[in-house]
Design a protein around this ligand. Structure first.
Ligand code: C5P
Length: 399
């Protein structure tokens, strides 16, 4: 699966480093060449000799090593690989990466590389939950760094919770996906996301509270499974993922046009919170406040993009997925919506203010398909995205 690929493996200084030795072996089993780099702290946990013997490669450790630099400069080392993997990625390494430090070989390589970077964080549960680490994580994800894990579980420090490094097979799967080798390789996926803005006049508009977080996470998860993703986004408050084709729109009408232009697709996922109505009598110039009368807005219905695509007689994507943001009778309303619109799946969620879902980082969804409703636990939006992307890949395999 990874034949001919070269992986630069940066091993950070944490107890999970012992798993990285196994990772070297398993990556080589898949046909990859692994070039290990050890941080100073990593050498407290695993020896350079072990890493070198398992990789059957020279191990790099120092930024200022004249022999290494003469053989292969650190810039070249950072570029020769197809992918850079950091495992374990400690809190300290993540902080360095997020802030652009380059004060040892590992951080310098990470700054100098022009390749994608995949990190497998591993640390104490409180260090993982610390605001600084979460801030750094968000920064790194925003910068396009891929992340696998951490998992929940018992930790070497005796605590329980998120912080365990992802297991070796999970890291291998993430490596495959990062190298475009995932189950959606060769597939085109269309994702809509974010709110729309419907102008009232050149300075005012009608909007909604969608942040675009779920659609963005979904596009990233589909990309990570190897899909070519067209991401049609309204003015969201989170940045679009890297490695996808971004089409920015503002209004529902523009979104409808962008979706049509992006077809054909193997899958279309409509996660955008599209305004149902636009202002039909929007003014070309700023409306003035007058003493005698309040402005009167006349509304017109927007095109229903999901229904239109679901009901295409020619060129309909084989799998069409809609979202349903509801505040009451979630399953009943969403089930009816699925039938009315004609999509294959509906991902329903309760967006009542008390749930904190709209604009928040978690989601609790019910997936409604031909098989009926399937309730998922409340999960981070990134995890909902990962599971949904995996389901999409499964379904496409069966199409
Ligand atoms: O009808 P409602 O807005 O609740 O349906 C939600 C689903 O329909 C979402 O998947 C949304 O992206 C999609 N939609 C659309 N075009 C519209 C309105 C909603 O694609 N004009």
């Amino acid at each position: 699966m990874l034949a001919g690929k070269q992986i630069l493996l940066i091993i950070g200084g944490g107890i999970a480093a012992y798993k990285s030795l196994d990772l070297i072996r398993r990556l080589r089993d898949q046909g990859a060449t692994v070039v290990p780099v050890l941080t100073k702290a990593a050498e407290e946990f695993v020896t350079p000799l072990s890493a070198s013997a398992l990789a059957a490669q020279k191990v790099y450790r120092d930024l200022f090593n004249l022999t290494d630099e003469a053989e292969m400069g650190h810039i070249e080392l950072s570029r020769a690989a197809d992918l850079v993997v950091v495992a374990p990625a400690t809190a300290d390494l993540m902080a360095k990466m997020a802030n652009g430090h380059a004060n040892d070989l590992a951080s310098t390589l990470l700054m100098a590389t022009d390749k994608r970077v995949l990190i497998a964080p591993a640390m104490n549960v409180r260090m993982w939950g610390h605001r600084a680490t979460q801030r750094n994580l968000a920064q790194l994800q925003g910068d396009g760094v891929l992340v696998v894990g951490p998992n929940d579980g018992n930790m070497a420090c005796g605590e329980f919770g998120p912080g365990r490094m992802a297991e070796v097979p999970e890291i291998i799967a993430a490596v495959g996906a990062a190298l475009g080798d995932g189950p959606l390789r060769g597939r085109h996926v269309l994702v809509t996301s974010g709110p729309t803005h419907e102008p009232i006049d050149p300075v005012r508009y009608i909007a909604n509270r969608s942040s675009g977080a779920q659609g963005t996470a979904l596009a990233a998860a589909l990309r990570d499974l190897g899909a070519r993703v067209t991401f049609v986004t309204g003015p969201a408050s989170v940045p679009p993922p890297t490695g996808v084709d971004v089409v920015r729109v503002e209004t529902a009408a523009q979104m409808a046009a962008a979706v049509t232009a992006a077809l054909p697709a193997d899958v279309a996922v409509f996660a955008a919170a599209v305004a149902d109505w636009r202002v039909d009598n929007a003014s070309d110039s700023k409306m003035k406040k007058t003493a005698d009368a309040l402005p009167s807005l006349r509304f017109a219905e927007n095109p229903d993009i999901l229904a239109t695509v679901s009901q295409m007689t020619q060129g309909r994507p084989p799998l069409v997925v809609g979202f349903a943001a509801e505040t009451d009778d979630v399953v009943a309303n969403a089930t009816a919506k699925r039938t009315r619109k004609g999509c294959d799946w509906i991902v329903a969620n309760d967006v009542s203010p008390a749930t904190g879902i709209m604009g928040g980082s978690d989601n609790a969804v019910v997936l409604i398909s031909d098989d009926g409703p399937e309730e998922w636990p409340r999960l981070p939006k990134t995890e909902v995205a990962r599971r949904l992307a995996a389901r999409i890949a499964d379904a496409l395999g069966a199409v």
